[in-house]
Every structure is written in structure tokens, then in C-alpha cells.
Design a protein around this ligand. Sequence first.
Ligand code: GDP
Length: 301
Amino acid sequence: MITILSGGTGTPKLLQGIIRLIPPEDVTVVVNTLENSYFSGVYVAADLDTVMYTLTGKINQDTWYGIEDDTFITHETLKEIGCKELLKIGDQDRAVKIQKTLLLEKYPLSKAVDIQRKKMGIKSKIIPMSDQDPHIEIITPEGSLEFHQFLIGRSSKPDVLDIKYDEIDPAPELIESIEDADMVIIGPSNPITSIGPILSANGVIDALINSYVIAISPLIGYQPFSGPAGKFMQAMGHEVSSWGVATIYQDFLDKFYIDREDFNQKKKIEKLISEVVVTNTNMKNIEDKEMLARSILGEIL
Ligand code: GDP
């Protein structure tokens, strides 16, 4: 059994490699929910849906958001009749989001997601980090912005001075999924806004300290592969480097994977983490993903 902590881009890429090597029922994915909110009347849990679509093979791999070859008739119609539509949600994707919104009238998020993943034929367990509503503020010189306002409304452009989010309780089974795993994998996801919130859930760090934990750096050569991780790390006072990521995870990490380009940081990182593996972490195609997954899972395959 392995448990993977995930955001919505880097880790799902690795997940594609992992499920080629081990049965999906042996995999549990714990997913960030910090960005969840209502848009145009539907509940949007972007990272959860990305993980679900990754596991059904339907994910749009150009954007790591929504369903491949989806249509946008509802989106265009809503815009035509004056709806603001901050997010461009596809028709099939919206159907999934409508179902989740309806399920949330009766159930907590973890139960709603469990019902959805079973209906989609997904054998891996998917656990949202919490059933509580998230609250995140990105503090910029323009004032405090919500996550999507910053990311989409302002295209991640403003300087970031600080990031604040509330402490939350973990969803049912989350702590057990870490405690019972043969290996916990912290995927190459944003350490501040994807993994950070999961780590901040009560009891998660203690469970990780008592487990075998490996992580993959989401950075290469002093910058992220994609997205605002660098900006967010800087705002929180961390060096934007794989070493900087290691300083965030050092209290509970047993093994850290960094890219070949970051070989020069290996010795410095070894002062924090006992085992550091240098390999290709740039997942451009399915072969890269499987190769990285094989290297990580090696000991339990
Ligand atoms: P978000 O929810 O969309 O922010 O997605 P994540 O937090 O899961 O992923 C974003 C992080 O994934 C960024 O920091 C990227 O640098 C990292 N990332 C994206 N592609 C790759 C890749 O091929 N390899 C590695 N190592 N990291 C990647």
C-alpha cells in the first residue's frame, strides 16, 4: 500500500507512471483542497477532479485541468447571457462538478468524492485533505486576494508578500492512510499551496514522522517546472531551490529525489535528508513518468 500526497499538476503526472506499475487498489491519493470554492453555482475542487480524471485516463494533459476534448457550450452560453465565468469549465467537467455540488447537499466532501470515484470505476482511494471549507489569502501589494483571483483573475502577476490559510482537521481515514502505508510519497507539487495545506492538517506531520516518507522536488535549477511555486516559496521566506524544498520537509523526510540539473545541491541537501537520489525528474512523456515511478517504488515493486 502506498499513499501519495498530491496537488493538481506535478503529482498527477507521477501518478500516471505509478499506476502502470502497481495495482490501483494499492494506491491512496490524499489531495489538496485549499483552492476549493463555488464558481457559477458549482463547487470546484480542481485538484480532486484532476486526480480523478488522471485515474480514469481522461485528464486534459495540456492544462492539467478538466477533461480532454471537452466542449464548452455551457461556458459560452453562460457568458453570452451575462454570467461572469471566472473559470472556463467544460461541459463534461461541469457535469461532474454539478454532481459533486448535489452530493455536498447530503454528504461531506470525502464521502461525495468516494461516491464519484466509485461511479467512475476508480479503484484507488481518493481522500480530500479535509471536509472543512478552506480559507486562503494571498497577500499582495494590491491587498488580499483569494487563490483563483490571484491565479486566474490576475494571472499570478502581483508580488506575493504572504500566504495565510486556516488550520484544518484531516478528513476521515487520512491519518490512517499515512500510518498504514508501506511508503508515503510527497509528489512534485507546490510545497506551499498544494502540499503545505495537507501538512498543516492536524496530526499529519506526526503521522509522517512515524512513516517512511519520500518526496520528489518540484523544482529544477532554482525554479519550478511550472506555476507560481517559486513566488510562493520566496514569499514564505524559503530559498527557491530543491534545497529550499528540503528545508520544508526535513523533519519527516527519509529520501528526496532531485533532478540531475540540481546535482550541485546534493551535498548540501544531504545535511538535511539522509538519502538523496539524483535522477531525471522532468516528466515530459509517459516513459519519463514510468521511469521515475520505477525508481521511487523500486524497493516495494
Ligand atoms: P497545482 O495544484 O496545479 O498547483 O499543481 P501541483 O502543486 O500538483 O503542481 C505544481 C508543481 O508541479 C509546480 O511546482 C511544478 O514545478 C511541478 N511540476 C510540474 N511538472 C513537473 C515535472 O515534470 N517534474 C517535476 N519534478 N515537477 C513538476
